[in-house]
Ligand binder design. Sequence first.
Ligand SMILES: Cc1cc2nc3c(=O)[nH]c(=O)nc-3n(C[C@H](O)[C@H](O)[C@H](O)COP(=O)(O)O)c2cc1C
Length: 182
Amino acid sequence: MSDPFHQLDSTLTQVWQRLARGTKDRRAATRNPTLATVGNMGPQARTVVLRAVDPNAKTVEIHTDRRSLKVAELTKNPNAALHIWDAKANLQIRLRCTATLTHADAEKWAQIPENAQRAYGGSPAPGHEIPRPDAHDPAPNRDDFTTITLHITEIETLHLGSDLHRRARFAAPSWQGHWIAP
Ligand SMILES: Cc1cc2nc3c(=O)[nH]c(=O)nc-3n(C[C@H](O)[C@H](O)[C@H](O)COP(=O)(O)O)c2cc1C
C-alpha cells in the first residue's frame, strides 16, 4: 500500500479522517489538540477536547465555560489556531481558524452526560484565585456552556517520513494543496 503522505490529496484526506477519529476515540492524538488564541499579553495556548468535526463545512467544535479566558479572547479577536502532534503517524497538523461562539445551546447541553456538565458552571468562575484546590463548587449551569466553532481557513501538515520531511499547505476556498519547503 502506498504511503498516503506521499500525495497531497491523500494527505488532506488523512487530516480529516484523523480529526474525525479524535471526536470518537479517547486515545487518538487528535482527541486533545492545543488551542491557541490571541490575548492582551500575547499568545495563549491550552489543551482542549475535540467534540465534533464537519469536513463539508470545514469546521471543528470545542466546548468550554463561557467565563473562561479563551472566550473573552475569542470574542475580542476570533483568530485562532489548533495544533496536533500525532506521534504514531509522525504527523504535525496545524489549523488556522476563525471562531464563532454559541452560548447555552439547549440541544447540545442535553446530550452531555450529567457528570460531564460539571465542567461548565460552578463558583467561582474559571481563573479566579481560590484559597485551596477544593474551594470550588462545581454546579453545572447551561448558561455558562459555550460552543466554540472553529472555521478552518488553512491546514498545514508536516510528515516526518523515513526518507523525507513532507510539508504541505491547503487553504480555503479551493483547498488545492501545495508542497512547501520543510
Ligand atoms: C486533557 C485536557 C483536556 C481539556 N479539555 C478542555 C476543553 O475541552 N475545554 C476547556 O475549556 N478546557 C479544557 N481543558 C482545560 C484547558 O486546558 C484550560 O486549562 C482551561 O480551559 C482554562 O483555559 P483559559 O484560561 O485559557 O480559558 C483541558 C485540559 C486538559 C489537560
